[in-house]
Design a protein. Sequence first.
Lengths: 127, 127, 393, 393
Amino acid sequence: MATGNYCTEVRDLFFTPAHAGDIDPAAGRVVRGEAEALDRTAWVVFAALCRDGQVIEARFRAWGCPHLLAACELTAAQLEGRSVAELARFSLADLAGRLQVPAEKLGRLLVIEDALLALAASIRSSG
Amino acid sequence: MATGNYCTEVRDLFFTPAHAGDIDPAAGRVVRGEAEALDRTAWVVFAALCRDGQVIEARFRAWGCPHLLAACELTAAQLEGRSVAELARFSLADLAGRLQVPAEKLGRLLVIEDALLALAASIRSSG
Amino acid sequence: MSAPVYLDYAASWPVDPRVAETMAQALTEPDLQANPSSSHPGGRRAALAIEQARRAVAALVGADPARLLLTSGATESNNLALLGVARGRRDRGRHVITSRGEHRAVIDACRQLEKEGFEVTWLKPVRAGCVDPGQVLEALRKDTLLVSVMHANNETGALCDLAPIGAACRARGTLLHVDAAQGAGKLPLDVEALGVDLLAFTAHKLGGPKGIGALACSVRALTALQPLQFGGGQEQGLRSGTSATHQILGFGMAAELALQHMHAEAERLTALRERLWHRLQAAEGVWRNSPAQDCLPGTLNLGFEGVEGESLMLAIQSGVWASSGSACASASAEPSYVLRAMGLNDLACQASLRLSLGRWTDAAQVDRAAAVIVEAVTRLRERAPAGVRSRIR
Amino acid sequence: MSAPVYLDYAASWPVDPRVAETMAQALTEPDLQANPSSSHPGGRRAALAIEQARRAVAALVGADPARLLLTSGATESNNLALLGVARGRRDRGRHVITSRGEHRAVIDACRQLEKEGFEVTWLKPVRAGCVDPGQVLEALRKDTLLVSVMHANNETGALCDLAPIGAACRARGTLLHVDAAQGAGKLPLDVEALGVDLLAFTAHKLGGPKGIGALACSVRALTALQPLQFGGGQEQGLRSGTSATHQILGFGMAAELALQHMHAEAERLTALRERLWHRLQAAEGVWRNSPAQDCLPGTLNLGFEGVEGESLMLAIQSGVWASSGSACASASAEPSYVLRAMGLNDLACQASLRLSLGRWTDAAQVDRAAAVIVEAVTRLRERAPAGVRSRIR
Ligand SMILES: Cc1ncc(COP(=O)(O)O)c(C=O)c1O
Ligand SMILES: Cc1ncc(COP(=O)(O)O)c(C=O)c1O
C-alpha cells in the first residue's frame, strides 16, 4: 500500500505544525482564502495578517491526508515575509518534490493553490 | 506411500528369519519346491527334509518385499512337524491377515502357495 | 514511551509463544526434518506428527480430519473451493452465488469464474457486510453449483446466519462454501451442524503461523474439487507440494489453544471491545460501523466526524497499530464496498478505522489506545476548517 | 547404536540451524508479527524484512528481485509457470514442449494443460532423465508457447545443458521454464545468462523451511502469467495471500548460506559421493544410474543385482535413511519413467536406491552408510534363490 510511507519532513511538518490554527484578531485585520474539493480529500483555509503589502503572519486549517497537511504547513511558513503580489505566483511544484508527494496525490495540491488565489483575491478586495 | 509400514511381526520375521537358507545335505535327502513370478516381485524356494511322511526340517530362500520374506519364514516354520499330506492344503489366508499384508500384495502370496505345491509334488515323486 | 498497542488482530495475530515454541522444535528436531512423503522412519514420523496436528485443526471446526485439506492459507483455500468446485463440476451447472461483501480472495476468484463462463449472482450485503439467508434462498436456482458466503466479515466483524443457508443448500444439493478466516477459532463452528460443504480458514488469524491454512470438505465437495496445483499427490492429490511439517504443527498447536480458550476469550474480548467503544465516546462524533450484536468479539469498526483516515492512521501510529476501516490488510487499497453498502459516503468510509483485539489485548492497552485515538482525533479536528464535523460524516 | 545416516537430502534438507534461528526470531520478534500488507510501522517493518530476504533469494539465481515471486514451493512455482503462462497466453499458441523425465509437478501440470486443449510434445529423456538441447530445438514450432525442462533430475541428479535451449527459445520468442528445485543453491545458476524466462525453486532443498518457494520471471514471463489464486494482490497480484514473513526470512537466510558455501560444498560433496560409490563396490554387482559427469554433487542413484528395493530399504533403515531410486519422495509410488527410459527393466528400477548427500554429510557418515548397505545387500542375496543376481539386474 502506498499509504503509510512518508518522508521525515512530511512527518515533522505533520506532527509539529507551527502554523496550524488561527491568527489572534487582536493583532490586526485578518484576511482568509479558502478552497475545498472533498472528492479529492482536500479542504484548505489560509489566514493572513498583512501590513504594507507584506504577509506578516500566516496560518492554515486543513482537512486531508498527511501530505496535504504538511504542504499547507510549509506553504503557510513560506507565506510569511512575502509580498502580496508574490502570492498569485506561488508555485507548489518544488514543494511537491521536496515532500515526495506521490503522483496520485498531486491533484490535491492544486486545492492549496486555489486557496492561495482566494487569499490573494480577498487581500486585494480588502485593500 | 504404502511401503515403509510393516507390523512388528513382519519386522521380526524379516530381521531374524530362523528358517532362511539351506538344509545341511548331510542330514538326509532334501527336496525342493520352487515358484517364481518376477513381475509380481516374488520368487520363492522351499527346501524340506522329510522322514516317515513328516517334514522334519524346512528352509526357504526368497526374493521379494518384506511381507513376502516374512510370510516365507512363517510358512517354513509352520511346515516343520506337518505331514506331507497337509502341504497341499496349506492355506495362506490366515497368514496374510496375521502379517497385515496390504491388498495389492496378496497376489504375491500365491507364489508361496505355488512353491508349496511344487514342494509337495517333488516329495511325492521322490517318495 | 511504551510500545504501541497492537489493535490489528483482524489483519494478523502475533504468533502465540507456545506455537512459536512448537515450531522452533519442529525446525530443529532431527526426527522431523525429513520429507513427510519419504518412506523411511524419518518421513513416517513427520507424517504421523502431521496427522496428529490435522486432527487438532479439524476439531476446531467439527470437521473430519480425513477430509481436511491443508493449504497455504485462506486465500488458497477460498480459491481451491471456488475455482476447484466450479471447474470440476462445470458440467453440472454454471451458476454461482456470492456477495459483494466478501473478502477479495472470494470476490476475485468469482470474477475469474465469470471470465471462465460462469454466471455469478452478486448479492448486496445488508448487515455490515453480511447477507441475510433470505437473499441467498431467493437467488438459488436449479443450476446453482455453489454458494459462497463469509462467516464473519473482515472489515466489520458482522456474523452471518449460516444455518438456514446450509439447510437450503443441502435441500437443493447445492454446495455451500464458507470463508471463515476471521471467525474460526474465535466462535464455535461446526461444519456438520451448519451444513457447510467447504470451510476455509487460516492459522495466522488465530495465533498460528502465516502461510498455512485449511479447507474442510464434505464428501460431496471433496469429490468435486479440481486441484489448483498438481504434482506429488499430497493431500489426497488435491493439493500437491511437500507438506510443511513445522507450519502444520504450529497450526495444530494454535488450533488446540484456540479451542481451549474460545469461550473465555470471546467473553473477555467482547467486554474489552465495549470498554474501548465507551472510552472512545470522549471524542464525540463517533459512529460505529460494526454491529453491536452478532459480531466478532474482537472487531470494532468505527468512524470519527471531520477526520481524514490516512491522517488519523499517521497521528495514532506511535501509540496504536490498527487498520483503516475501509481497506482490510491487502496489498491494494480500494475503498470499502462493505461500508458504502451500509450507506456511508466515501468521506465517511475514508474516516473509518478498524480496531481489532485478540489474545494479548488487555484493559490497560484498551485505555491507552483510546486515549491516544481521542487525543489524535481532537488534534486533527482543531486543525481542520470550521464546520468540518458537519461536512465529513 | 548411532543415529541413522541421513542420505535423503534430495527429498528434503534438514533445516539449517542458522535458518531455524532466523525463523524462531521472526516468530517471536514483536516488530515482525504484523501483516506485511498493513500500513502501520509494524506492517512496514515486516514488508521491509521480506524485501531484504527476497533480494537474497533472487541473488542465488541471478534474478531481479523485482521479478521474483514468492510461492509455497516448487510445486506451486512450476504450476504457476506452466498453467499461468499457458492460460494467460492461450491466444498466442497452444503448443508446449516438456519431457517425460520431469518431476510430477511439471508432468501433471502439463497433463492438465492437455485437458485444457493444449498440445504437449513429450520428449524422451536421453541422459538419466534429462533431454539434449537438440531434442528441444527439433520440437520447437511457430506456435510453441512454452518449453519446460528441468535443471537437474530429482532421481539421478543428471544436469541439463540449458544454455543452448535458452538461446533457441529467445531467438524464437518462446518462453523457457526451468524446474531448478534440485540444483538451485548447489550449482551456479544465472537466469539472465541462461536465457531462462521462468525458474522455479524451493527453500527446503537447500537448508530452508518447507512450504516456501520462488518463481523468478523475465519481463515477458511476468506479463504473461495468469495467477493460480486470486485475492489481496500480494506478489504483484500474481500470487495473493498474506506473505509468510518467517518463511520468507528463513528462505533468505538459507539462500545466503547456500551462495556463500556453494563452490566449496560442491567440491566436498562430489568427493564424498565418489567415496561412497567406491565403498559400495564391496557389494559387487552394483550399477550406477547417476551419470559420473554433469551430475549434482550430492546425488547418487544406483542399483544392486539380485536385490528387491523395498526389502533393501527396510534392511538398511536402522542405519541409513534414503529413498528408493525409482520413486522420488512423492505421496504416490509409480515406477520410475526416468530409469526405464535409461534401459533398466522394472526389476532393476525396483532394485535401485537414491542416496543423496548434503551440508551435514561427512566422510564418517559415508563410510558407516556404505558398510550398512553392503551388509544388507549381502544378507538379502544370501536369502535369495541361487542365481538371483543373474536374473535381477
Ligand atoms: C475473510 C478473509 N478471507 C480470507 C483472508 C485471506 O487469508 P490468508 O491471508 O491466510 O490468505 C483473510 C485475511 O487476510 C480474511 O480476513
Ligand atoms: C525437481 C523437483 N521439482 C519440484 C519439486 C517439488 O518441490 P516442493 O516440494 O517445494 O513443492 C521437487 C521436490 O519435491 C523436485 O525435486
